[in-house]
Design a protein around this ligand. Sequence first.
Ligand SMILES: *[C@@H]1O[C@H](CO)[C@@H](O)[C@H](O)[C@H]1NC(C)=O
Ligand SMILES: *[C@@H]1O[C@H](CO)[C@@H](O)[C@H](O)[C@H]1NC(C)=O
Ligand SMILES: *[C@@H]1O[C@H](CO)[C@@H](O)[C@H](O)[C@H]1NC(C)=O
Ligand SMILES: *[C@@H]1O[C@H](CO)[C@@H](O)[C@H](O)[C@H]1NC(C)=O
Ligand SMILES: *[C@@H]1O[C@H](CO)[C@@H](O)[C@H](O)[C@H]1NC(C)=O
Ligand SMILES: *[C@@H]1O[C@H](CO)[C@@H](O)[C@H](O)[C@H]1NC(C)=O
Ligand SMILES: [Ca+2]
Length: 470
Amino acid sequence: MRHQKKGATMYLLLVFVLQALWVSWCHATQHYPASWGHYDVCKSQVYAEDRLAWHYMACQPEATDMTKYLTVSLDPPNITCGDPPEMYCALENPYMCNNECDADTEELAHPPELMFDSEGRNPTTFWQSTSWKKYPKPLQVNITLSWNKTIELTDDIVLTFESGRPEQLVLEKSLDYGRTWQPYQFYASDCLDAFTMEPKAVHQLNPSTMLEIICTEAYSTGYVWKYDKTVRFEIKDRFALLAGPRLHNMASLYGQLDTTKNLRDFFTLTDLRIRLLRPATGATMVDENNLSRYFYAISDIKVQGRCKCNLHANSCVFDKGKLGCECEHNTTGPDCARCKRHYQGRAWSMGSYLPIPKGTANICILNNLGTSVRPNASSLGAANRNQARVCDNVLLRCQNGGVCHHHQRCQCLAGFGGILCEKAQCQGDSCEDLQSSQPSLCPPPAAQTLPLALLSLIPSLLATRGLTSL
Ligand SMILES: *[C@@H]1O[C@H](CO)[C@@H](O)[C@H](O)[C@H]1NC(C)=O
Ligand SMILES: *[C@@H]1O[C@H](CO)[C@@H](O)[C@H](O)[C@H]1NC(C)=O
Ligand SMILES: *[C@@H]1O[C@H](CO)[C@@H](O)[C@H](O)[C@H]1NC(C)=O
Ligand SMILES: *[C@@H]1O[C@H](CO)[C@@H](O)[C@H](O)[C@H]1NC(C)=O
Ligand SMILES: *[C@@H]1O[C@H](CO)[C@@H](O)[C@H](O)[C@H]1NC(C)=O
Ligand SMILES: *[C@@H]1O[C@H](CO)[C@@H](O)[C@H](O)[C@H]1NC(C)=O
Ligand SMILES: [Ca+2]
């Protein structure tokens, strides 16, 4: 008996320790949701009916630091300081002029590459523009970052300024390799004055307005710049609108990503552009006698993301200066956005995040028309056009995680029905449960912060064990 009691205490302790470890692990991974789910494997071998078979899953490359793979260009091209050499003064003190820029001296040059080198060095390294010599003509600079590949953002974009943060700037993005541009976010010390927009913050948005383009005054405020030098584009706060404050309900976000093209596109881009429109001036009046106080300097740009491979690849390689997905599931193309030749037995579709946690691969299948009739692209297109499309995985998607098959029917997840899986097959309270309860391995945030809640888990765990061995 004594022995058993000791065993029970040890067991309780072990459970407690394991729980604590598990909770802190969940806590850590939720703070850094770098790997957004369990989509790291594209296929695995399984035994089915006594033989080995491949099992395919949705997969995506790991999120990583995307600044290693970009090319940067400046407009105007000669806007970098140091040619000819120039002395700069501090914004807050026109008599403190010890910042020299000289493009021909390595220690005094400030080329664009210094926005992407690894920080942690002291003093910091930074790109710097010429000063506002031509005031009142605007001092405007475009910094364009190009990947020549569609990528998906997974974390906040963070710009760190060495100078004061600009009074006006716009972050723009392109989805078509720089042909067209859309604003991502406006930043100003006075949004109404600069862009005739009401100032807003991301936390004022809700799930139905989460893709709204806003103007924020949170990153341009006058004199506090010495202490906070960053300008952010808040990706995670937008995710949180769907996935909850600690991103604990990623299933909800995945469900929306699967079914809503706009949402996927919002976080997708090929190029980013930082349009610097007006430098920090500190005071309301620009000191025309000392324009060496006004310039832009950026020490670091952070862009975390991954190659967009349409859930058909778990790796993306950088080869000869070019990013490309290593496509699986018999797909091909830089984004795995096509079926391979001879694998066009059904229309291509992207993989699906649902059901959690492995998703659906939606692989391309062999042409099932006989080998004598090799269908070419146009014949396939015609065949598809002749049939009425019930669903389409790109445009008209099945709802609630359903998967479109042959454009003819939606295969719904358990608990949903209807042509587009739009109907929840449940009644009353259980219906709410089905739609809102998402399988999550991690305890809700409340349980993470309350050790009492944790302790209350243990008796129930012990009770189950009690049945078997105590
Ligand atoms: C940059 O080049 C343009 C012409 O391409 C010229 O008008 C301008 O003065 C130059 N600016 C500087 C700072 O050299
Ligand atoms: C203005 O800038 C020059 C350098 O361009 C500097 O020598 C001078 O001290 C600055 N301050 C004032 C008040 O002129
Ligand atoms: C910067 O880019 C915008 C479009 O995104 C363009 O209208 C503008 O002419 C570019 N150049 C400068 C110097 O602002
Ligand atoms: C972008 O990638 C394509 C191949 O996908 C290549 O042909 C083109 O030269 C690249 N463009 C640049 C500017 O690197
Ligand atoms: C294409 O798919 C088939 C299964 O449909 C698989 O056996 C084959 O290995 C795949 N080919 C490639 C190159 O992935
Ligand atoms: C494609 O196939 C159709 C019939 O299946 C044929 O009429 C057409 O000429 C083919 N096109 C090409 C480019 O091979
Ligand atoms: Ca740097």
